[in-house]
Write a protein that binds this ligand. Structure first.
Ligand code: SF4
Length: 512
């Protein structure tokens, strides 16, 4: 039997998928065409490795409680009732004895599904008055830069790159990640588009480009500023557009004035003539698009580099035509905020920078006494790994890890909870490459006793005495709540209770 679903891994493509299922188990998985960007194929990671991820020996199948030393992964199997009662009791005790801020929820983008984060989980932690988390480990500088410059304006959809006559791929490598942009680039190239790639490495996409600028890592900022300076000085800047839509143009031009093609090329270790060619081809093509990836933000001047690259579309006046402008994350194409389904206002407790998790676990005041980790594997992904490990070793720290597999972090947990994968639960997800919003039902039976995030956090609210009678709990109710409100409505608890939000116009986008 074939079933349709979607992939909600942290990837801009958000593929629509077709899954061959036998007796509730995965037989095979591939792309379908409901999301036009997917075009019937998916990446090797999901196509050939999901079977091992689902049914391999690392899969967590039952709730577990620690029976040995932290870190040695000695656990005994317990029932869900035992595990969740232990968590509810312990977290309530931590709140009562040390204050809610002694509890830290730690999560990231292990799943980009709107049902898996920031709704029922947020309800539980807000009502506990737990510490809040700043999800800084990835995309924090670029999100801040793009948000400050363009607000919630969505960028060019990947599907519209075929319309562009010049395409700059800056700090992204779609030949290995977000792979569905590649055929669109190839199509655009066939139809005469000129493609440039700015990347220190000669990546797969650089090999199909007309121009490759192999700058030194961390020199994107002077190179982008030199292009902006040239646009201002040569008259290529769209002064009319800037006068109408931009602010602080003179300040930006002043910053850019410090960098000529020659000086930028010297620090970037490239030929100034290549920067000049890139600038000229970009300004003369119409439409022209810049795909800004996250590669350039991984540097101490990363946020400024992203801002300078994104500014080029405005300085050159590239907006207003299909295929013209920039793309960073197109999640903004949807006026949605999953946290409305938290049905609880944000509580202004302390904010923990997740990049400092190790330090915080070892020395914060008040100390973190309860740690709930889900949708992420901090021991493998956060900086200062040794501090994170030493923090997790603390005997007075009660750690819950809710994950699909026995991660490095889970080995240090007091309680491990088995989580469903995106194939084993209903989901609602928006793409951040093309403009798609997709909803699907579970396509496989959950392995072992694994449960979805919202199911677990709703039960924890019940067991902790934190549930309210009209909380949205079932998948349909949560999805309808998310679709029925807009992100501006930050007072989600009060608004949810009054049901005062209207169903919004979701825009001219595809809903599969
Ligand atoms: S390409 Fe991205 S969205 Fe598609 S299956 Fe792979 S990870 Fe999922």
């Amino acid at each position: 039997m074939y079933k349709t679903g979607l992939c909600v891994l942290d990837c801009p493509d958000s593929c629509s998928i077709e899954v061959k299922v036998k007796d509730g188990h995965l037989v095979s998985i591939d792309g379908d065409t409901r999301n036009p960007l997917t075009e019937g194929y998916i990446c090797g990671k999901v196509r050939s490795q999901m079977n091992e991820h689902l049914y391999g020996e690392d899969r967590v199948r039952h709730p577990l409680i620690r029976c040995g030393t932290k870190g040695d992964a000695s656990f005994e199997r317990v029932s869900w009732d035992q595990a969740l009662s232990a968590i509810a009791e312990r977290f309530n005790a931590i709140r009562d004895n040390y204050g809610g801020e002694a509890i830290l929820p730690l999560s990231y983008g292990g799943s980009n599904g709107l049902l898996s984060q920031d709704n029922t989980d947020a309800r539980y932690f807000r009502r506990l008055k737990a510490s809040r988390l700043a999800r800084t480990v990835c995309a924090a500088p670029s999100t801040r830069a793009s948000g400050a410059m363009y607000g919630w304006m969505p960028g060019v959809s990947f599907t519209d790159y075929a319309e562009a006559r010049a395409i700059i791929i800056w700090g992204a490598n779609p030949s290995v990640t977000g792979i569905h942009l590649m055929p669109v680039l190839q199509k655009a190239k066939k139809e005469g588009a000129w493609i440039a790639v700015v990347d220190p490495r000669r990546t797969g996409v650089a090999r199909i480009a007309d121009l490759h600028l192999p700058l030194r890592p961390g020199t994107d900022l002077p190179v982008a500023l030199s292009i902006a300076r040239w646009m201002f000085e040569s008259g290529a800047a769209d002064r009319e557009f800037l006068a109408e839509y931009a602010c602080e143009v003179d300040e930006f031009a002043e910053r850019a004035a410090a960098w000529s093609f020659d000086t930028a090329a010297e620090v970037a270790g490239v030929d100034p003539a290549v920067i000049a060619e890139l600038a000229e081809r970009y300004v003369t093509a119409e439409p022209a698009v810049v795909r800004c990836g996250w590669g350039l933000e991984r540097n101490r001047n990363g946020g400024s580099a992203v801002a300078a690259v994104l500014a080029l579309s405005a300085v050159a006046g590239k907006f207003g035509v299909r295929g013209g402008g920039y793309t960073m994350s197109n999640a903004k194409a949807w006026n949605l905020d999953a946290s409305i389904a938290a049905a609880e206002d944000e509580v202004l407790t302390r904010v923990i920078n997740m990049n400092k998790t190790g330090e915080v676990l070892l020395s914060s005041a008040p100390p973190v006494k309860g740690l709930f980790i889900y949708n992420c594997n901090p021991l493998a992904t956060l900086p200062a790994q040794d501090k994170v490990r030493r923090g997790l070793m603390r005997e007075d720290l009660f750690t819950v890890v809710f994950d699909q597999v026995m991660t490095d972090t889970a080995r240090y947990a007091d309680v491990v909870l088995p989580a469903t994968t995106f194939l084993e639960r209903p989901e609602l997800a928006r793409s951040y490459g093309a403009y798609t919003l997709q909803r699907c039902k579970a396509v496989l039976d959950p392995v072992g006793e694994s449960r979805s995030n919202h199911e677990v956090f709703a039960t924890l609210c019940e067991l902790s005495g934190l549930a309210q009678p009209d909380d949205p709990v079932g998948e349909d109710e949560i999805i309808n709540t998310i679709l029925g409100a807009s992100r501006e409505e930050k007072k989600c608890g009060a608004l949810y209770r009054k049901r005062e939000f209207p169903f919004r116009d979701l825009g001219q986008t595809q809903f599969n």
